[in-house]
Design a protein around this ligand. Sequence first.
Ligand SMILES: C[S@@+](CC[C@H](N)C(=O)[O-])C[C@H]1O[C@@H](n2cnc3c(N)ncnc32)[C@H](O)[C@@H]1O
Length: 236
Amino acid sequence: MWRASVLTIFPDVFPGPLGASLAGKALAAGAWSLDVVDIRKFATDKHRTVDDTPAGGGPGMVMKADVLGRAIDATAADERPRLLLSPRGTPLTQARVETLAGGPGVVLVCGRFEGVDERIIAARALEEVSVGDYVLSGGELAAMVLIDACVRLLPGVMGAEASAAEESFSEGLLEYPHYTRPQLWEGRPIPDVLLSGDHGKIAAWRRAEAERLTRERRPDLWAAFLQRFRSGSRTG
Ligand SMILES: C[S@@+](CC[C@H](N)C(=O)[O-])C[C@H]1O[C@@H](n2cnc3c(N)ncnc32)[C@H](O)[C@@H]1O
């Protein structure tokens, strides 16, 4: 079973949205497990202190290495990757999500305040992962993003297995547009080709739209796609 362990000082916010919809059903059905660890339980003083002032001065507080170390040691004695959610980490991609979903699970450390004492990162071999180039108040939402992205790829979790293969990023392209009834809404029709019943034409239209959207919106993805396509045609 795919296992997620989350270390946080806000255990009550879990499972949150992970308890709803397909991920929630799969959690209830035992297709994956969520173990939420309250970092504060590993503090030793009577106030359950998890943070302290930054060495060298400056604003904010820093999560203590000794407390985090005990929390990690009590949780992560297995081969799962240990990830620290961090805005300075490697950006999370669908390719990485697929790798993580294909493994035994994840151990996720949620930072708060100004972040964590740097020494815990090397001492417990934490890999820093970012969910985007913006700063959240804490790692909890980022952990939920990562878990949700992984869990929906687990076998049996998503209703139509085929939909994962056609989604944005699956081939390095953004997904084509979707429509549903009514056929005409506020003067806007569904494109004729989608009503033609011609599956070949529909597939070609979707592919062309996926390429157009990627080219227009994400020149970075489009360049990488062309690069792969060209090297694929040279070798193939
Ligand atoms: C207020 S942030 C700390 C920001 C830090 N002082 C900086 O400037 O990089 C507190 C915690 O939120 C989490 N966090 C914030 N933004 C994130 C992001 N983009 N991706 C992943 N985690 C994030 C991290 O766990 C971080 O330790």
